[in-house]
Structures are given as C-alpha cells and as structure tokens.
Design a protein around this ligand. Structure first.
Ligand code: BGC
Length: 346
C-alpha cells in the first residue's frame, strides 16, 4: 500500500517527505496528524453552534515545528515521546550489569529521549483505513545506539477516532536487544479554542500519590500522598485555585488502579467541553506549560506559559533506575504496548 491520503507539506532535510493526514468522524470532529514527530497538530471539535473548537496547541504550517524560535525553547507540542518519557537520572542506566550512558539535555539528565527524540523524527506511513473507525498507522525504527540506547527498536503508533469523539493512540514496539522503553504523547490541551490560559480549567486525577522529585525534577523513588497537599486533584479543582501556583505543576501522579482505566479529566466551564483520559499506563505526568515560549500559534492565538496543559500517560519516570517502579526494560522477543484514549464530551 502506498500513502494516498496525506497532503504533502515539505521535504525534510533527510530527504523524506512530510505529510499531513486527517481523521474525521460523523460528529464533525477532525484530527490532523503529521508524520514529522507523529504530531497531532489539531483536534477540532464541532460545537453545538457549528463552530470549531481546536483544543490542542500547535501550528497550521507544519514547517513551523522546525523553526528556530520554536526549537530554542522547545515544548514538544503534540509530539510522540520516546524512547523514554521524562527524565532519566544522570542520563544513564544499567541492564544486566552493563551501563549505558545516554545523551543529556536537561542539566546532566536525559529528558524525553535526548537531543533528537521520536518527536523530531520522520515517521513512515504504514496504512490507514475506515473500519471500524478512521485510523492511521505510522512507524519509526530507532537504530542501535541512538541517543545512547541499546538495540534497534521498531515502534508503531496507531491513531484511531471513533464517532463518539474518542481519539486513541496505541503504541507497539519490539527490539533486537534488551533496552529501556517508556513512550508517551505530548499533547497540550486548552479547551477554550487554544486561547488564553488554562488557569480556569478544572482537573481531576485519579491518583492518591505523586512522585517526589529532586532539584532537577527527576523522580527519586519516593511517593508522597496527595491528601492535604496542593496535588490533591481527586475532586475537580481549578488549576489556578489551589495552594500551588498554576505554573508550578510538573509532577508525576501515581494512578489508583481502576477497571475502566479512566486516569484523568479536565473541563472548561467556559466552553462546556470535558476531556477524559483513559490509559493502560500507571502514571500521569501533569504539566501546565511553565516553559512554553511566547510564540504565535494556530487560529490567531499567541501562546506562552499556561496556554495548555499536558496529561502525559506513561510508566514512572526514571523507572529504569529504580527497582520497585514499573518495569521499563524491553527484551528481545517481547512486545511493548501502550494505549491511551482521549474522550471529548460536549
Ligand atoms: C516535562 C517538563 C518539560 C516539558 C517539555 C514535560 O513533560 O515534565 O519538565 O519542560 O515536558 O516541554
């Protein structure tokens, strides 16, 4: 099968073509995804008055994701994150007694896979279809040694949009050597057409504890109960209303297991939209965009700190260095899988 449905955007410096794909449903929702970084560049909900509410931050012109002023203070808008989400302490880990030094890009730690993580890679189109729902599959093969990681890792991401306004992404991955893998996707949501700040958004996270972090924001291995702290989001709480300043949320929440896999929600009373996040993963990293650069985005919006919020589902950050956290070592012959679903309720 060849890619027949993508709209050509530009040719990347690697010589590979960058496309924009669309998924649409019967409710009038449209999602656009590019094979540059497997980025979700728009998530347009058709509102009752017939207008579109585009609820994720990003750019209309896909080349803007490669612009210097964006990359200089880079927030990973809407991109696939790999091989390893969040920070790995001292940019190194050991598997079977062998130490693997990684590239470092956040003090001396590694953040989101290093200098050129999966967010900046050109993914290849695999297939797309309409049964049972509109879906698109992309793949990326990460060579042995990339950013310091052992083994050649083959990753597939499948996006699917149902008529009930559920957008899911499902990763599978396999490697020819034992390696460390912890994938997520870095969407920034703003349920008010991407405009203004998310301080008035109310958030609920199904977690009774958070991970303690060191001064470099790396998970230490300790858990702290959320009860009687500003991290208690077990009931809907406005981001800007608590004891913690709105821009200071950059924290991993350890989820309480639930049969329905609902892990977090966000709602805006202004637009009336509610986002539910369902996931197979044990942790949600809640980030309110403190370091979003002041930059012109889509739909006439100018972004900056607090323009969007992230609910990044993953295994515990730095788990590869912490016995007792979820296993993030993938061995040859095994298959990694992760599925997260965003459900929008109008
Ligand atoms: C991290 C932040 C980081 C951001 C990058 C988040 O997942 O937790 O510390 O600055 O990604 O934009």
């Amino acid at each position: 099968m060849t890619n027949t449905a993508g709209k050509y955007c530009f040719t990347h410096r690697t010589g590979e073509d960058i496309f924009l794909f669309s998924l649409r449903n019967s409710a009038g929702t449209e999602i656009t995804i590019t094979n540059y970084g497997a980025i979700i560049s728009s998530f347009k909900i058709q509102m009752d008055d017939g207008t579109n509410n585009d609820i994720v931050l990003g750019f209309d012109n896909i080349e803007d994701y490669l612009a210097d002023d964006y990359l200089n203070k880079y927030p990973f808008f809407g991109a696939a994150i790999g091989r390893y989400a969040n920070r790995i302490k001292n940019a190194a880990f050991e598997i079977d007694g062998k130490k693997y030094p990684l590239t470092s890009n956040s003090r001396n730690n590694q953040l989101h896979g290093g200098h050129e993580g999966f967010d900046k890679k050109v993914w290849q189109w695999v297939a797309q279809g309409e049964t049972p729902h509109h879906w698109l599959e992309l793949k990326y093969t990460s060579p042995d040694g990339e950013e310091g990681y052992p083994g050649k890792l083959a990753v597939t991401i499948r996006f699917e949009l149902t008529n009930d306004n559920e957008l899911s992404y499902a990763y599978t991955a396999s490697c020819d050597k034992a390696t460390a893998v912890n994938l997520t996707h870095h969407g920034y949501f703003n349920l008010n057409r991407g405009s203004g700040t998310i301080e008035d958004h109310e958030v609920k996270i199904y977690a009774s504890s958070v991970l303690e972090q060191d001064e470099g924001l790396v998970a230490t291995g300790q858990l702290t109960p959320v009860k009687n702290t500003g991290y208690d989001f077990t009931e809907f709480t406005a981001v800007g209303n608590g004891s913690i300043p709105a821009e200071d949320f950059d924290k991993s929440f350890v989820l309480d297991p639930r049969k329905d896999c609902l892990v977090a929600e966000a709602r805006s009373l202004r637009s009336g939209l509610r986002l539910q996040v369902y996931s197979t993963e044990p942790v949600v990293h809640f980030y309110t965009g403190k370091w979003i650069p002041v930059i012109k985005g889509k739909n006439g919006n100018t972004y900056g700190p607090l323009s969007g919020l992230c609910l990044e589902t993953q295994k515990h950050p730095n788990a590869v260095n912490i016995p007792g956290f979820a296993n993030t070592v993938l061995r040859s012959g095994e298959t990694y899988s992760h599925k997260t679903t965003y459900k929008i309720i109008i």
